[in-house]
Design a protein around this ligand. Structure first.
Ligand code: HEC
Length: 168
């Protein structure tokens, strides 16, 4: 399960509120989260807002799980052309439009979310995003997930820039 669970620290507050509400209603499905969201401590909107506010104020995880680092240049190019428009060049998302931050998320988690969005199993992902992901080869999707997992970590970013410059 290493890296399968998303980092919530530092996530956009309104996005967290929305996702908690979706898990509660059953519109977003995950067996583990369904149990959590049904728990009385997050039983009403007030609790959800308080929890989301707390989580969004925490420092993001500085050491997410990364991929092999072999195709970061590919990942960077796709990210800049397609994903940055909504998720931001820094991958931190956008509060007002409920676009989640994805920078520094675990590689396995990103891979999975990219797959479910490409398979149209993530209903609320916008068509610009699902459309782009559906047309992508799996190597490109993996490169993208690897690049995003390193976004926002200054040390790792230096390394990735170096390997990009060296054409590795
Ligand atoms: C048109 C705006 C837009 C574009 C372009 C876009 N996204 Fe998204 N993305 C979103 C929104 C909005 C959500 C949240 C959907 C929801 O509410 O479930 C999202 C969700 C995600 C998630 C799930 C995050 C999580 O932790 O739940 C991932 C991963 C993701 N996007 C990756 C990408 C990648 C990779 C690209 C580029 C190929 C991309 N997105 C392009 C708007 C966009």
């Amino acid at each position: 399960m290493d890296g399968a669970i998303p980092n919530l620290a530092g996530q956009q507050r309104r996005y967290l509120e929305k996702q908690m509400a979706l898990f509660r209603s059953g519109a977003r499905v995950d067996p583990a989260m369904q149990v959590v969201a049904a728990h009385p401590t997050v039983g009403n909107q007030h609790d959800i807002v308080a929890l989301a506010s707390y989580l969004s104020g925490l420092e993001p995880n500085p050491n997410p799980v990364n991929g092999a680092g072999e195709h970061l240049r590919v990942g960077q190019e796709i990210y800049a052309h397609i994903c940055a428009a909504c998720h931001g060049a820094d991958g931190r998302g956008e509060a007002g439009n409920r676009v989640p931050g994805i920078a520094g998320q675990h590689y396995p988690y990103l891979q999975r979310q990219i797959e479910v969005a490409a398979a149209l199993h993530r209903d609320l992902a916008p068509p610009e995003m699902t459309g782009a992901l559906r047309g992508m080869r799996s190597q490109e999707k993996d490169a993208l997930a690897d690049y995003i997992s390193r976004l926002g970590n200054s040390d790792v970013l230096l390394d990735s820039n170096r390997s990009i410059a060296e054409g590795r």
